[in-house]
Write a protein that binds this ligand. Structure first.
Ligand SMILES: [Cu+2]
Length: 110
């Protein structure tokens, strides 16, 4: 009798298990990257590089973020890319996501 029931039991077992594996919820998405924005950047554009997508800027201390230095910032916004050129003195905000930094709210001040 048990031998005859085996295929039936196997089928019942499959029916119990299959829907659970088929309907597994997907992995939760990566946690959103936290972007911090530091205001009050002031500096001078030395060069525009990377086909207009980055600027080399000599900047004063950015409060709470970094000391004065010359470094490269991303230009992620079209409006920023079109607004600055080598030699411009600028004020700006810096966004930092833990890996990349880019500038926004850029104003040419001289
Ligand atoms: Cu810097």
């Amino acid at each position: 009798m048990l031998v005859m029931l085996r295929p039936l039991l196997f089928t019942l077992l499959l029916l119990l298990v299959l829907p659970q594996t088929a309907c597994q919820t997907p992995e939760p998405p990566e946690p959103a990257v936290e972007v911090k924005v530091y205001e009050g950047g002031v500096g001078r554009v030395k060069d525009i590089v990377a086909d207009g997508h980055m600027a080399i800027v000599t900047h004063d201390e950015i409060p709470g973020f970094m000391l004065g230095m010359t470094m490269t910032f991303g230009l992620r916004e079209d409006s920023v890319r079109g607004a600055i050129a080598a030699g411009d003195s600028i004020s700006f905000d810096v966004s930092f996501d833990g890996i990349d930094s880019w500038i926004s709210r850029v104003k040419v001040i001289k």
